[in-house]
Design a protein around this ligand. Structure first.
Ligand SMILES: Nc1ncnc2c1ncn2[C@@H]1O[C@H](COP(=O)(O)OP(=O)(O)O)[C@@H](O)[C@H]1O
Ligand SMILES: [Mg+2]
Length: 236
């Protein structure tokens, strides 16, 4: 493990950022590493519970043995499941997002842990305010990134666009994880995922670090076991 953390970026929402972040957090926790987790921006149709405004925060914390409270892990929450800037406009909130507040919380988390996992929101161009998007936040936090893609139709286009934008934004790309959101037959799965891995590596030059199969119950312990088989920690 060479870096002090990783920022997980999806090619889209619902792609498996939380699932993979939780699996990775759990694997590191099992190895005795003190794991910090952060979800700087979260949205949802309503607050998830008294303790966790977002379900993502709850999952990340539970998986990684983390002790921080929701306010530190998730500085900004909007109760409309859209891009944060859109949610802010719909909710007619005047409060401007305070980037310094996020960076200070990130530094605080980073200082108290051996490795920090940050989960983005949606894709790289999701607006957090008028002129600030997830790519800008990732550049300020300045952790290497892992791109999460799916094996569903349209994913090649999304991963190449995301990859190119990450390069333009001067982000350091550790690699790509293919998370199978589509359940194909065993034969099709092998054929599609093996070729998908080759194409993505060929077209980006980035390494596919792991391929997660479609799982009926994608619990973090299972994901941790799969990531361990891929020796993911060696690549962090
Ligand atoms: N490999 C997988 N197989 C089956 N379902 C998955 C897999 N990965 C994620 N999911 C499911 O997909 C949904 C979206 O995943 P999530 O990790 O919340 O995505 P994101 O954080 O990118 O929005 C969740 O219901 C999750 O349980
Ligand atoms: Mg999530």
């Amino acid at each position: 493990m060479k870096s002090k953390g990783i920022f997980l970026i999806g090619i889209d929402t619902g792609i498996g950022k939380t699932t993979i972040a939780a699996g990775l957090g759990n694997l590191l926790f099992r190895k005795g590493i003190k794991v910090g987790v952060m979800k700087p921006f979260a949205t949802g149709s309503k607050q998830y519970s008294k303790d966790f405004r977002s379900l993502d925060t709850k999952i990340l914390k539970a998986a990684s043995g983390n002790k921080d409270n929701d306010d530190i892990i998730n500085p900004f929450f909007y109760s409309i499941p859209t891009a944060p800037y859109l949610a802010k406009r719909i909710l007619k909130l005047n409060e401007n997002i305070d980037i310094k507040k996020i960076l200070n919380k990130y530094k605080e988390i980073e200082n108290r842990h051996e490795f920090t996992i940050v989960e983005g929101i949606g894709g790289l161009m999701v607006p957090l305010s008028k002129d600030f998007c997830v790519a800008d936040l990732a550049a300020l936090i300045n952790l290497p990134i892992i791109l999460i893609m799916s094996n569903r139709i349209g994913s090649i286009n999304h991963i190449i666009m995301t990859y190119r934008l990450a390069i333009l934004s001067k982000l350091t790309i550790k690699g790509i994880i293919i998370n199978s959101r589509c359940n194909f037959s065993k034969r099709s799965f092998k054929l599609i995922n093996n070729n998908l891995k080759c194409i993505v590596e060929e077209m980006t030059g980035a390494k596919v670090l792991a391929t997660i199969p479609y799982l009926k119950k994608p619990f973090f312990k299972k994901i941790a076991n799969i990531l361990e088989k891929y020796e993911i920690i060696k690549n962090l």
